[in-house]
Write a protein that binds this ligand. Structure first.
Ligand SMILES: NC(=O)c1ccc[n+]([C@@H]2O[C@H](COP(=O)([O-])OP(=O)(O)OC[C@H]3O[C@@H](n4cnc5c(N)ncnc54)[C@H](O)[C@@H]3O)[C@@H](O)[C@H]2O)c1
Length: 352
């Protein structure tokens, strides 16, 4: 049994990751600032689902879960270096999974400082805490958005990712670079996961699957960007979490075949690895909307619009390496995944 810090556990992916690790018998400390980037009721809902009562939560105070004997949660900001260091000094974690971040491409045009605070300063504090408090196993969230202007499909971790089109993507690429430096200097085994459009029950209200589902039941018109000519590698949450947990339990090692004269960007002579984690199936936006319509049993009104600044036209993950190294096998179609997502939405928002 390992003692694992999972950050972002009031968030979508962090919540599921913590629960899965607990079900496998590990001890988990969850951390989240519970910021109000989107509806905090959803964040407290996820916490309640994992046994953390809303009225027990207070900044800097640990809360014991009522469902899982080995789960404690603390509201904390990654930027709060003194409090983070104190937590690491006290707990002596075996592994850290950093999923807390300021997420969202479009919001990074409105509030760029939120991204440097959480994703750059916050991530540096995580790396420094790992360095000074003996944590050798770090898994962290990157994003498919790092592929930016690259249009070679499917996206491979062997491709260059030097052309981000949002500050969000630039912070995620920066995390990969920062992690490599710490892997090289201090031998911290760092694995970065580039997530591809994750959806499912308890999903994020700022993302298309949730927005479309909400619109379906509220009779609202949805904005269909780039006139629907967009493709996304939509990945169901259960498939994602399966991959994340496998990576936490199998920390990367240095690549013995790594050649500095033909440097593979996704591995290193240091213990460092970058994986794509997606469904490896790029779905047309209009087909995805149809999956939402089928699951909700309604036709959604659509307003076709041009592409938004910061957006990429298509994403499509090559996940061969994760399949080979971790036996990762995503197997949820968007139709099956949206049935489950819509069923959760009906239940959570009490839609009859
Ligand atoms: N969901 C996706 O499709 C997707 C795609 C690519 C990358 N990612 C990345 O995966 C990770 C998890 O994403 P998610 O979808 O669960 O997002 P989320 O917003 O639901 O969860 C992130 C959580 O981090 C917390 N947080 C933000 N800044 C913090 C800080 N400074 N200190 C402590 N907590 C902080 C937030 O309160 C939130 O609950 C993020 O790093 C995100 O960038 C997600």
């Amino acid at each position: 049994m390992m003692k694992i810090l999972v950050t972002g556990t009031a968030g979508f992916i962090g919540f599921y990751t913590a629960v899965k690790l607990l079900e496998l018998g590990h001890e988990v400390v969850g951390l989240d600032s519970i910021n109000d980037y989107y509806d905090v009721n959803l964040k407290f809902g996820r916490l309640a689902e994992s046994g953390i009562a809303r009225d027990a939560v207070a900044y800097g105070k640990q809360v014991q879960s009522s469902c899982y004997a080995h789960y404690r949660f603390v509201q904390l900001k990654l930027e709060d270096k003194a409090a983070l260091d104190a937590l690491f000094a006290e707990e002596r974690f075996d592994a850290v999974c950093n999923l807390a971040a300021q997420a969202g491409v479009r919001y990074s045009l409105e509030n760029p400082a939120a991204y440097t605070d959480s994703n750059i300063v916050g991530f540096l504090n995580i790396l420094e805490a790992c360095r000074h408090f003996g944590v050798k196993n770090l898994c962290f969230a990157s994003s498919s958005s790092v592929y930016g202007l690259n249009e070679t499909m499917p996206f491979s971790t062997n491709h260059g990712v030097n052309h981000p089109v949002s500050l969000y993507a630039a912070t995620k690429k920066s995390n990969e670079l920062m992690a490599h430096a710490y892997a090289h200097l201090y031998g911290i085994q760092c694995t970065g996961l580039r997530f591809f459009t994750v959806y499912g029950p308890w999903g994020r209200p700022d993302m298309a699957p949730f927005i479309f589902t909400k619109a379906a039941f509220a009779g609202e018109t949805i904005k269909v960007f780039n006139n629907g000519k967009m493709k996304r590698d939509f990945t169901y949450i259960d498939d994602i979490v399966e991959g994340v947990v496998r990576v936490i339990l199998n920390p990367c090692v240095s690549d013995k075949n790594w050649n500095s004269l033909e440097a593979n960007p996704a591995s290193s002579s240091a213990p460092y690895k970058i994986y794509n984690i997606g469904n490896s199936d790029s779905v047309e936006l209009l087909e995805f909307i149809q999956a939402v319509e089928n699951a909700a049993g309604v036709t959604i009104q659509k307003n076709f619009m041009p592409i938004q600044p910061g957006d990429v036209v298509a994403t499509f993950a090559d996940v061969t390496e994760l399949e080979q190294d971790m036996d990762y096998r995503p197997n949820t179609s968007v139709h099956e995944g949206m049935q489950k997502t819509v069923a959760w939405y009906r239940d959570f928002y009490k839609i009859t």
